[in-house]
Design a protein around this ligand. Structure first.
Ligand code: NAD
Length: 424
């Protein structure tokens, strides 16, 4: 019997990164061979064509994916990304990380991810709506409140989730808000969901700085990516008293050692969301931002930005992975070896988003809505427990924090698969 499936389908650096992480974790917990491949490999994958009628009357054909990595622990859960660099391998890696993340924080979900190869900035609002609706239409037989519940990710937002929910509901014949999370409040969104990922990142950064005996008021922070996650993280950390000295978007970054005026930066971003030309600091590149001297470095944009080339030049004390997969495996080894940087791994660091997505889904299913304080209190309780579990695992086995988090997430998925048995 062959030891592993070797398929060219998901072939990409980011999928290899996720697989390598899995292999290390599976070795560390001596996961039985009989469980390895079926825990590691995505359960199923859908590729869709999306014909888009452009505003000028021409038709463009786009490609999209939905990968469901694991359905053994509940409905699959994971965001939808609109970005020109989306690939099925990237989506599969992100789906795999969703499985570990949901299990790590104890949510009754499997893992999934979706994506469309498109630059939403190059489309009009109407064109974005048509892409969103057609993508959801193609997914209808494949998703749903008890099957797979998507959410926003890079390049998508509340409005897009609203259009997708409307498309699904039209098909169902009745309002079905639980088919998707991250919706506008008027469509059954949860209070606190918009800021949940960033609020969770900031909460964990504060908790780890406390462990490191660094007063948050003395912390300086550099954040790559100023979209939903980056900006909400910045606002929450600034509210705790930290100084945000650098922010960036796809066009480049802004650096101000005296602290960036976040309100002005947010007001400066027009619909296309660019910080280019923001007068509140000096211009730097995204690469320069990563190696700034700061207390906390927060990648909050794309994966694989901390590499073997820049890992030895990082000058932070704490690396908080708000983005998914921002650190390559080689960079991970360098950071481990350096020993002077604490790392909050992505599956823990950005899990606040999926936790509050879970709350939104619960509220939709029960048609009973919570206050923002209830949402935040429950979120922080779950994150506190997840952090404690990771720290206990790290101490018990002498693992790195990433390995501790991954082994906890992977073990729970494998255990569920084992208990369910193999069908047929
Ligand atoms: P977003 O689209 O709201 O914002 C993305 C930001 O990254 C924008 O400022 C964009 O300009 C910037 N960016 C894009 N390409 C870049 C590049 N090449 N270099 C530097 N910056 C670049 O997306 P988001 O929802 O904030 O997601 C950001 C990251 O957080 C992603 O890795 C996503 O998977 C992860 N994440 C998001 C959520 C969520 O709830 N939205 C939850 C968990 C994890």
């Amino acid at each position: 019997m062959s030891k592993a499936i070797v398929s060219p389908l998901y072939n990409s650096d980011v999928f290899k990164q996720a697989c390598r992480q899995f292999d290390l974790a599976a070795d560390a917990i001596s996961l039985p061979e009989s469980l390895r491949d079926r825990t590691k490999w995505p359960r199923r994958c859908l590729t869709v064509s999306i014909p888009l009628r452009r505003d000028d009357g021409t038709v463009a054909l786009l490609e999209g994916y939905r990968v469901q990595h694991n359905l053994s622990t509940g409905p699959a859960k994971g965001g939808i990304r609109f970005h020109p660099n989306v690939s099925v391998g990237e989506v599969a890696a992100l789906a795999m990380w969703m499985s570990w993340k949901c299990s790590l924080v104890g949510l009754p979900y499997g893992g999934a991810k979706g994506g469309v190869i498109v630059d939403p900035r190059s489309l009009s609002l109407g064109e974005v709506e048509r892409v969103a609706r057609r993508y959801m239409q193609e997914l209808i037989g494949f998703v749903g409140p008890q099957v797979d519940v998507p959410a926003p990710d890079l390049g998508t937002n509340e409005q897009i989730m609203g259009w997708m929910m409307d498309t699904y509901s039209n098909h169902a014949g009745h309002l079905t808000p639980a088919c998707i999370t991250g919706k506008p409040l008027s469509l059954g969104g949860s209070l606190g969901r918009r800021e949940a990922t960033g609020a969770g990142v900031a909460f964990l950064v504060k908790a780890y700085l406390e462990d490191m005996k660094i007063p948050i008021q003395q912390a300086t922070v550099a954040i790559q990516g100023f979209g939903n996650v980056g900006s909400e993280t910045a606002l929450a950390l600034a509210a705790y008293g930290a100084k945000i000295i650098a922010i960036s978007d796809y066009t480049g970054g802004i650096y101000n050692p005296k602290g960036i005026d976040l309100k002005k930066a947010l007001e400066f971003q027009p619909y296309v969301k660019t910080l280019k030309g923001f007068p509140g600091g000096s211009a730097i590149t995204n690469e320069e931002l990563l190696t700034l001297d700061c207390t906390v470095l927060i990648p909050a944009a794309l994966e694989r930005v901390i590499t073997k080339e820049n890992a030895s030049q990082l000058r932070c004390r704490l690396l908080a992975e708000a983005a998914n997969g921002p650190t390559t495996n080689q960079a991970d080894r360098i950071i481990d070896h350096r020993g002077d940087i604490e790392l909050i791994p992505d599956v823990l660091c950005n899990s606040g988003g999926v936790v509050v997505s879970y709350f939104e889904w619960l509220q939709n299913l029960q048609n009973f809505y919570w206050t923002r304080d209830e949402v935040m209190e429950k979120l922080f309780r779950i994150l506190t427990q997840a952090k404690a579990n990771v720290e206990a695992q790290k101490r018990k086995y002498g693992f790195s924090r990433r390995l501790a988090a991954l082994t906890l997430g992977i073990a729970r998925v494998a255990e569920a698969k084992n208990s369910r048995g193999l069908f047929p």
